[in-house]
Ligand binder design. Structure first.
Ligand code: C2O
Ligand code: CU
Ligand code: CU
Length: 486
């Protein structure tokens, strides 16, 4: 069976068994806002502002972030209590450059502990912002390191032990864009908010009174908190007005536990130009793209090839809903802003022979059945902050073989993420992945029954980092471990 078919079949299979769906039947439906209730008119797509660099010379990148509580109305007349960075929901987009010193002051104005994790960033362990670097209520944190990686779309989010899911659901997430000499010169669309657009996709479930329905019961832990409303940059079914022929979208699956398959109405083809950790070697023509929770992709749409006045971002949620996530309205006349390069840059493949060792990680969902909940583990263990699960030598290359072993009734996709490093996918079930998965990655979808081998170099920094399932309910439940670079 071809991979594409496999993915398609597993979408269907999951939908049929109900595994991985919101499974709302076990709740009383009327408690929630049904998907029929939508905003009255389509709002304009909100675009997070670029965060001001406090170093006016631009030499270094210095930022101030307030972690705060707020309220937002996603539905007319209903208020939702939210969290945000420097605002009510989500955070500003941070932009920095390779080799730039990166200093941030993070003020935690919440009444609870949080952390601020730099997802996808290669950095010293003490500034990682994972569960080991809590910021107490009312306290501040001052990460200070130098960006050492190529241009990429990264992100930041809360990652406190046991409350990551709830805080990210509340809105604690934002984009971090790294630029470098290569990205400067490619001639790709690069005007933020005009032809270079951040797209953060997050599904949500709401109570009738407008509050987020973030529930911590066994059902939601195992299946993930999956909702019938899709937010795009915090808005439901917004409209983006496009004014140029090439439109670059930086897609982030910022949902807690959903896997999204995305396509564009009226555009049978688009090009993917970058994966989690940077550019692909050349633009890869695609008709749809699958991103698991935490993954990013940069895609470029050619609107001059669109026959209709508008397109739409269509999102198919694994085992769940289908959304018209966003309308893309095309201007009468389009600016000739850019041309698609044939080739982007050379992407070095790490040779398998370089690996000093191979480790095995089994992600396992076990249980009595959906209603009873289950047990989510990696190599049979749950996260323990005082246990190091893998000691890795500084400067070494390793292969990690990750298997999603799920019993029939409990088959769940997982999304494996490693802190600090960008890896490459060697194979899925022994077969080389498609060209869109040959670039740098920090998060990878592991569908039920699949076995994925990744390879990476552990460079520059010693210290303790996390690896975990990026389905945040799984992660909070302990589907996480620690590796120490020694
Ligand atoms: Cu985006 Cu440890 O996470
Ligand atoms: Cu991370
Ligand atoms: Cu998982």
């Amino acid at each position: 069976m071809k991979r594409r078919d496999f993915l398609k079949n597993s979408f269907t299979a999951l939908a049929l068994t109900g595994v991985g769906t919101a499974g709302l039947s076990i709740f009383r439906n009327h408690q929630f806002i049904g998907s029929a209730l939508a905003a009255e008119s389509s709002p304009l797509l909100p675009i997070s502002p670029l965060l001001d660099n406090l170093d006016k010379s631009g030499q270094s990148a210095q930022f101030l972030l307030h972690v705060q509580q707020g309220t937002k109305s996603f539905f007319p007349g209903l208020d939702t209590r939210t969290y945000g960075y420097n605002g009510n929901f989500l955070g500003p987009t941070i932009r920095a450059r390779n080799n730039q010193r990166f200093k941030v002051q993070v003020d935690n104005d919440l009444k609870e502990e949080t952390t601020l994790h730099w997802h996808g960033v290669h950095l010293p362990a003490k500034w990682d912002g994972g569960p080991r670097q809590p910021i107490a209520a009312g306290a501040s944190w001052f990460p200070d390191f130098t960006i050492k990686q190529e241009a990429a779309t990264l992100w930041y989010h809360a990652h406190a032990m046991g409350s990551t899911g709830e805080q990210v659901y509340g809105g604690l997430a934002g984009l971090l864009i790294v630029e470098d000499e290569v990205s400067d010169q490619l001639g790709l669309p690069q005007t933020y908010g005009v032809d270079d657009i951040p797209i953060i996709l997050q599904d949500r479930r709401f109570y009738r009174d407008g509050e987020f329905a973030y529930v911590r019961n066994m059902h939601d832990i195992v299946n993930g908190v999956i909702g019938p409303h899709l937010l795009v940059n915090g808005a439901i079914s917004p409209t983006l007005k496009a004014t140029s022929n090439l439109l670059r979208l930086r897609l982030l699956n910022g949902s807690n536990s959903s896997i999204y398959s995305m396509s564009f109405a009226g555009l049978p083809q688009f090009h993917m130009i970058a994966s989690d950790g940077g550019f692909l070697e050349r633009p890869v023509p695609m008709s749809s793209i699958v991103l698991s929770a935490g993954e990013r992709a940069e895609v470029v749409l050619d609107l001059s090839s669109l026959e209709y006045p508008e397109s739409a971002l269509m999102v198919d949620q694994w085992g769940g809903n289908q959304f018209t996530a966003m309308t893309i309205q095309k201007a009468q006349t389009l600016d000739e802003n850019a041309i698609m390069p044939n080739r982007i840059k050379q992407v070095e493949r790490i040779p398998e022979t370089e690996a000093a060792r191979t480790r095995t990680f089994v992600m396992e969902t076990m249980g009595m059945g959906m209603m009873m909940g289950g047990r989510l583990t990696i190599n049979g263990k749950k996260m323990n902050m005082s246990r190091i699960d893998a000691k890795v030598e500084l400067g070494s290359t390793e292969i990690w073989e990750i298997e999603n072993r799920s019993a029939m009734m409990m088959s769940m996709p997982h999304s494996m993420h490693l802190h600090d490093v960008q890896f490459q996918i060697l194979d899925r079930n022994g077969q080389q992945p498609g060209p869109h998965e040959l670039g740098r990655k920090d998060t990878v979808l592991i569908p039920p029954g699949e076995n994925v081998r990744i390879i990476m170099r552990f460079q520059d920094y010693k210290g303790i980092y996390m690896y975990h399932c990026h389905l945040l309910e799984h992660e909070d439940d302990g589907m996480m471990g620690q590796f120490e670079v020694v």
